[in-house]
Design a protein around this ligand. Structure first.
Ligand code: COA
Length: 318
């Protein structure tokens, strides 16, 4: 028996930061950003706008679409690298904002792979029989840990949240068919924050060796997707859509080529969202539904890589 996707929702902060805005902040130009990343604009949370605010709005959107009430959810998982507080978990803040009384709620920290990890954990917990319906959210105010003087990173990131609701079904050929999640600390220094709560009582700013991350991304994304396909007994020809973590259009293009799939199967929102870390896949998924890309019975491959390094993929049949 598989867990099926019954609803999606998303939320993007109102403020948009364009490439032209960035030209006024650092030594860069819009043509370079578009050519090297594909990004044209990204959304920015206000200082008082918290990750749980974005997450709650995305989740409320998903609940509304499925005509569900707060009491219909008994498991909340938020994937985030930018929690409201060190504790309690952002998922508990979301629980309060949505009035979901009887649920377990916790966060997952796997940086940009967070949503893939969260779906994998939710899938396993639902299969244990202990929960009836899960709200899984990827939410970030990642721009709050960006160094706005560093042109190597500040052009890439944006804020947002996406949510999905999954529940057990009687079906064995639909829903979450497989997942694979991995991590390897040997390259942690190419993508990490320069501070931490335990290290020096600060949240820190994001530091990245972009070229190095780029090289790992293509190989690891293609490898874990092939692994999940194999586990699911699905061929790459049977995949209708690939929904990657939206990091850089060149990574998306190179990975789909490495997987031997046509570029027409790619869902790409990187131009309008930028890299929203754990939020990027559920945002792209909801965008796909809103733009009538998906049909019932189609099979999706979701894939992500992030700090750690962590990486993983999920095969989902609608
Ligand atoms: N505007 C203009 N020029 C810039 C620039 C910017 N914002 N950022 C860097 N440059 C310059 C560099 O200084 C360098 O100049 P030099 O040749 O005179 O030294 C030149 O552009 C090329 O820099 P490089 O770092 O080689 O560019 P790149 O093609 O690798 O692109 C990234 C940089 C960050 C866009 C790219 O490496 C990338 O996307 N990496 C993966 C990042 C990622 O996805 N991270 C998150 C994963 S979860």
């Amino acid at each position: 028996m598989n867990n099926i996707l019954i609803s999606t929702g998303s939320y993007l902060p109102e403020k948009i930061l364009t490439n032209s805005d960035l030209e006024k902040m650092v030594e860069t130009n819009s043509e370079w950003i578009i050519e090297r990343t594909g990004i044209k604009e990204r959304h920015l949370a206000k200082p008082e706008e918290l990750t749980s605010d974005l997450a709650s709005k995305a989740a409320a959107n998903a609940l509304k679409k499925a005509s569900l009430k707060p009491e219909d959810i008994d498991l909340i998982i938020v994937a985030t690298t930018t929690p409201d507080l060190t504790f309690p978990a952002t998922a508990v803040c979301v629980q309060e904002k949505l009035g979901i009384k009887n649920a377990a709620a916790f966060d997952i920290q796997a940086v940009c792979t967070g949503f893939i990890y969260a779906v994998s954990v939710a899938d396993s917990l639902l299969k244990s029989g202990n929960f009836k319906r899960a709200l899984v959210i990827g939410a970030e105010t990642i721009t709050k840990i960006i160094d706005w003087t560093d042109r190597n990173t500040c052009i890439l990131f944006g804020d947002g949240a996406g949510a999905v609701i999954i529940e057990p079904s009687e079906k064995s050929d639909t829903g979450i068919l497989s997942f694979s999640i991995h991590s390897d600390c040997s390259s942690r220094n190419i993508l990490q924050t320069d501070s931490g709560v335990s290290l020096n009582q600060k949240a820190g700013l994001l530091r990245m060796e972009g070229k190095e991350v780029f090289k790992h991304a293509i190989v690891k994304l293609a490898d874990c997707t092939s692994e999940s396909l194999k586990k699911a007994g699905v061929t790459s020809e049977q995949i209708d859509w690939v929904i990657p973590h939206q990091a850089n259009q060149r990574i998306l293009d190179a990975t789909i080529v490495k997987l031997g799939m046509p570029k027409e199967k790619l869902i790409s929102t990187v131009a309008i969202h930028g890299n929203t870390s754990a939020a990027s896949i559920p945002l792209a998924l909801d965008w796909g539904f809103a733009n009538n890309k998906f049909q019932p019975g189609q099979t999706l491959a979701m894939q992500a890589i992030g700090g750690g390094l962590t990486w993983g993929s999920v095969i989902l049949k609608l």
